[in-house]
Design a protein. Structure first.
Length: 594
């Protein structure tokens, strides 16, 4: 199907293999629109008016005038906006632009994010280490056998033999497991649970533990937390290993074919602080479901926090001999986050004083753009949103002001950008940061309910699913013309043409340099912290459901056997807010990957 030239609609749809050319001037991205969020089509050819028509009979649901031209700072390409935000009718529609052309059909409804969220969580499930995994998605099965069952050796900790380091998620396109990046990943997903548990509790996932007393969302996180617990030196030694990897990155082979020796790397204070934060947060969240596990998490967090208190200096992990991901970072932000989570869980005065001292010393309380090297926002938001007594009113006010300032900056940047991207920087993994802006925007909306905050968050999701300068989704298996060649070893080594589904690629390091090429790890790798940000962004728009069946025949009732083949059905096509995005600065994080 050849669509008429000129109409650039970024609509949010699930097209694993779209039937239209990626370079057509009629651009669509797509999941669908929420009735109460902004809905804007972006048109690349000059025109005057547009209509939104009902797909069932072609009748007019909305008519309006285009606004523009709008030029994005990075691309200098004028576009026009067709704004139909006031259309709240649900159903399926298409946009017709006079003299230009029409879009494909798209839905407007309350549930347009459910299947994207489910698929993003399946992406996390596919990263499981130490077990067999099989997923059938869009009619294609991907799988790997149980892997890395000998994790991990103690040579670099001054010991002999091995200690149990199994489970966890493979960190990215490689098979390493890294404590610092686990911190941001787990912290983001547990934050999503705390804020949206009423909706996430009913989210059904095709995972082996499905159907038990613990919600599926928390069951998937438990796989990672069980591994995180193994990174502590011992029950009475609070040091935490920085990572568990081989000496060098693996070749492009399936995880079960990787037989390199894998080692615990010596402790670092950032990793130790992130360990405290993750487990203190997990302790309060899992308490209603598994009190024994919650107590185990809190006990481990206390041991490591005591160690950090006795050893206040920053300690960089000794990674001599390792060429795998470094995750080099100072520990100030990690210690701040650790203190906030431990206080929120226990109410202990010492942890509160620790946090408040560190937070008061921060000039910028909230950053609009952050990643694994800056955990500050996680701690600040825990403190700001806490219901505990004893907070410093002046500090609460300062953090709130910083939050609103950061969120307003994101909104303003979005408003000046044709594609609606809220960050004006591009760097290694910035797609994850685009999704992560929703943590700031949603928190700001809880403080000051302003529709612009939620509309801007929705725009970031739309950008990731194809409403961007590439006219392509950035998530495997979803959206418009999604990536087919991510830098992801199972996708490249399994002999199956489609890649593993539900994985967000890192994106361009500048406004125009993203390519869908397996070897270009700087722009096309996947990583769990990016996926976790996508999960958070989608979760904020999920509506609670008493029951959430996956498709008939997806999986049998009750728990699934290890390595079962689980199927996710592809949802219907649909749009999102359409706009134009840009970038100003290329920036590469201090993380080397192959």
């Amino acid at each position: 199907m050849r669509l008429a030239p000129g109409l650039l609609l970024t609509l949010f749809a699930f097209f694993p293999r779209p039937s239209f050319a990626a370079d057509t001037e009629v651009r669509l991205a797509s999941i669908g629109y929420l009735p109460d969020r902004a809905k804007v089509a972006t048109v690349t050819a000059e025109a005057t008016s547009f209509q939104v028509l009902r797909e069932v009979d072609g009748s007019v649901a909305f008519a309006g005038m285009l606004v523009g031209p709008v030029t994005s700072p990075d691309l200098a390409t004028p576009v026009w906006w067709a704004d139909f935000s006031t259309l709240v009718e649900t159903g399926r529609f298409y946009v017709q632009v006079d003299g230009v052309g029409r879009s494909i059909g798209f839905p407007i409804g309350d549930e347009v994010y459910r299947e994207p969220l489910r698929a993003a969580m399946i992406g996390m499930y596919g990263q499981r280490c130490g077990t067999a995994v099989a997923i059938t998605y869009n009619g294609q099965t991907v799988k790997h056998a149980a892997c890395h069952l000998n994790d991990g050796r103690l040579d670099y900790l001054g010991g002999k033999g091995t200690r149990d380091g199994r489970k966890g998620w493979h960190d990215a396109g490689d098979y390493g497991k890294y404590t610092v990046n686990a911190g941001l990943t787990v912290g983001s997903m547990l934050a999503a649970w705390e804020e949206y548990s009423d909706a996430l509790a009913g989210l059904a996932l095709p995972i082996p533990e499905a159907g038990g007393a613990v919600p599926d969302f928390l069951d998937e996180l438990r796989w990672e937390l069980d591994w995180v617990l193994t990174m502590q030196y011992s029950a009475d030694d609070g040091r935490v290993s920085h990572k568990l990897t081989a000496l060098n990155f693996e070749g492009f082979e399936m995880p079960e074919a990787d037989h390199q020796a894998r080692y615990f790397v010596p402790w670092g204070s950032a990793a130790t602080a992130d360990f405290v934060a993750m487990l203190a947060k997990a302790a309060r969240i899992y308490q209603p479901y598994d009190a024994t596990f919650a107590e185990q998490c809190l006990a481990a967090a206390r041991v490591s926090y005591a160690f950090l208190t006795e050893n206040p200096a920053n300690q960089a992990a000794n990674q001599a001999g390792f060429s795998t991901g470094g995750y080099f970072t100072g520990d100030d932000d990690d210690r701040l986050w650790a203190a906030a989570e431990l206080w929120e869980t226990t109410g202990e005065a010492a942890a509160l004083a620790d946090f408040e001292t560190r937070a008061t010393g921060q000039t910028s309380k909230i950053d609009s753009d952050f990643d694994w090297s800056n955990m500050k926002n996680l701690g600040m938001l825990v403190y700001l949103q806490s219901k505990r007594e004893g907070r410093d009113p002046a500090l609460v006010s300062a953090i709130q002001a910083g939050l609103l300032k950061a969120a307003t900056l994101l909104v303003d940047t979005r408003n000046g950008n044709g594609y609606g991207r809220a960050l004006n920087r591009y760097y290694w993994g910035s797609n994850g940061s685009v999704a992560r802006t929703c943590m700031v925007l949603q928190a700001a909306h809880r403080v000051t309910p302003d529709p612009a905050y939620l509309d801007t968050c929705a725009d970031q999701v739309g950008w990731l699913f194809g409403r961007n300068q590439y006219n392509r989704s950035q998530i495997t298996g979803m959206g418009l013309n999604p990536p087919m060649h991510p830098h992801h070893r199972p996708s490249g080594a399994d002999g199956v043409v489609p890649p593993w589904p539900g994985l967000l690629v890192g994106g361009g390091n500048s406004a125009t340099d993203w390519v869908d090429a397996q070897d270009n790890y700087r722009v096309n790798e996947i990583a769990i912290n990016w996926n976790a940000a996508l999960v958070y962004a989608l979760a904020g728009f999920l509506t609670p459901q008493a029951e959430d069946p996956i498709d008939a025949g997806t999986y049998p009732a009750g728990a699934l056997p290890q390595g079962c083949s689980c199927r996710l059905s592809a949802p219907a096509a649909g749009p999102f807010r359409l706009a134009l995005a840009f970038a100003l600065v290329a920036f590469v994080r201090r993380r080397r990957r192959h």
